[in-house]
Design a binder for this molecule. Structure first.
Ligand code: ADP
Ligand code: MG
Length: 316
């Protein structure tokens, strides 16, 4: 998945078998959902786009169906067919080395390829209606993988753990008895090595951050985030990072990407309608006036920051 995985287990339990189990799960998720590995199930679906359906492993269709619900609810801000746009902007790396801003004409041609109602799911058979369509679950697969590891550890009676896959975190229990959970932090998107805020993850909860500082492309000295607004075809600008705290890592992951695209105002509306059980923190791309915009639930989490913090009022 092109990132680093870590597992913290403070209890006195044998580490190796749990590590092996986590590695097995991450490999399985990569084999199924990687857009980079041409032999993954997802890549096979893409290779057969406009041609035929592919039989996928059992876990595939349920995850894809759940992402389609968020795609609909968000009015297409999250779009699992974002692949051709990611390609077009060169986020998967350009072979010719030079990255150019796509023309309106190029983007117009891609529009029919990102119509997510044209994904066909029949049980374990998945097909894409048009040639050139490309599934990309990069905005949700890491969170999903973390939940799978979380379930495996819970089933093995692990009482305390922190699972981290490239900034997608989920905890089990408390880091120490009496702590009330695990203390976590948000990175400074303008100076990656620094932290800007800390807060408590309650037992079982998850957190994910989508930012413009980890993966991006530079075109004419301007930095573009690897998150695209499928409604415009352009990379999202104006936001440096969005952090989401949710009951599961899958939800935190998919919503961090979704809320990055929706921005604060529409993002708040989305949360109130579809995800009342989540908290979010937006950091606008304004390094001169660093500010955190948070949902009010953050107050129940020992939230601490030296930055200006604005609690967002409800949208209604
Ligand atoms: P990261 O992969 O750095 O953790 P995200 O979870 O926000 O960050 O996912 C970003 C990835 O999601 C991109 O690399 C791309 O594969 C995919 N993506 C980008 N824009 C969208 C979008 N609007 N809808 C769905 N997926 C997207
Ligand atoms: Mg995400």
């Amino acid at each position: 998945m092109g990132t680093i995985a870590s597992l913290q287990l403070p209890g006195e339990i044998p580490f190796s078998p749990l590590r092996q189990e986590a590695e097995r799960i991450y490999k399985e998720v990569t084999d199924n959902f990687s857009a980079w590995d041409s032999s993954s199930a997802l890549s096979h679906i893409n290779q057969e786009a406009g041609h035929s359906s592919i039989t996928v492993p059992q876990t595939f269709s349920p995850l894809l169906s759940r992402t389609l619900i968020v795609a609909k609810q968000s009015g297409g801000a999250f779009n699992p067919l974002v692949g051709p746009l990611i390609d077009c902007w060169g986020f998967h790396g350009r072979k010719d080395g030079e990255i150019k801003i796509p023309t309106d004409e190029q983007l117009e041609k891609i529009k029919p390829l990102i119509q997510f109602d044209q994904i066909q799911i029949k049980g374990q058979q998945i097909g894409l209606a048009r040639k050139g369509m490309q599934l990309d679950l990069g905005g949700v697969a890491k969170g999903y993988a973390v939940d799978r590891v979380w379930v495996a550890l819970t089933q093995r009676n692990v009482e305390s753990a922190l699972i981290d896959l490239g900034g997608n975190l989920r905890c089990i229990g408390e880091s120490k008895k009496g702590r009330g959970g695990w203390n976590t932090a948000i990175r400074n998107p303008f100076r990656r090595r620094d932290l800007v805020a800390s807060f408590l993850l309650h037992p079982g909860e998850a957190v994910a951050t989508s930012g413009n500082y980890e993966r991006f492309v530079e075109i004419n000295h301007k930095r573009y985030a690897h998150i695209i607004d499928p409604r415009t075809g352009h990379p999202v600008e104006g936001t440096a990072s969005v952090t989401v705290i949710a009951p599961t890592a899958e939800k935190a992951d998919i919503l961090s990407t979704t809320l990055f695209v929706l921005g604060q105002k529409d993002g708040m509306r989305f949360l109130e309608k579809y995800a009342k059980d989540c908290d979010a923190i937006w950091i606008p791309d304004t390094p001169q006036t660093p500010t955190l915009f948070c949902t009010k639930g953050i107050n129940k989490r020992d939230f601490n920051s030296s930055w200006k913090t604005v609690i967002l009022a409800s949208s209604t």
